[in-house]
Design a protein around this ligand. Structure first.
Ligand code: ATP
Ligand code: MG
Length: 138
């Protein structure tokens, strides 16, 4: 368990710490309200992992595929626009989750049925306009 409150100016430090803890491919569910900072934190972790692709929010693309320095894919997925697990399967989300690669999910509760047994949970909430509280449950 890790719990930390941080400002945007400290986000890269926090992301480096998280990247160290998430040192093997895993599936991480990022929980938090709209605007909590899920995409911002995932982008910072990607940067800390050495991903050089253009990072964006997958709100409309659903699945963004980035590449780690070792060439392996990293999936950044946003389930916000999907209704349920069946729609997620149709969009190719299940294949990403069970591919053995990193798979970071925003709005994971849209498709609980697809959560792998060893999913890691990360909760982000707004404390004030500049501060966010993050809880990582490994
Ligand atoms: N400490 C902080 N950490 C992360 N984001 C912060 C922080 N302080 C301010 N912000 C701002 O909060 C906003 C978070 O937006 P972001 O798109 O990351 O949220 P989200 O949780 O992905 O939302 P959505 O559910 O719509 O995808 C950004 O504008 C970001 O600059
Ligand atoms: Mg987002």
């Amino acid at each position: 368990m890790m719990e930390i409150t941080f400002s945007l100016s400290e986000i890269n430090q926090v992301a480096e710490n998280l990247a160290k803890q998430l040192d093997k491919p895993c599936c991480v569910a990022f929980h938090g309200e709209m605007g909590a900072g899920k995409t911002t934190m995932i982008s910072a972790i990607c940067f800390a992992m050495g991903i050089k692709d253009n990072l964006s929010s997958p709100t409309f693309s659903i699945i963004n595929e980035y590449h780690l320095p070792n060439g392996n894919p990293f999936y950044h997925i946003d389930l916000y626009r999907l209704k349920d697990a069946n729609e997620a399967i149709g969009a190719g989300v299940e294949d990403c989750i069970y591919s053995g690669n990193y798979c970071f999910l925003e709005w994971p509760e849209r498709a609980k049925a697809l959560w792998p047994e060893n999913i890691i949970h990360c909760f982000i909430e707004s404390v004030d306009s500049n501060h966010r509280k993050l809880k990582l449950i490994l």
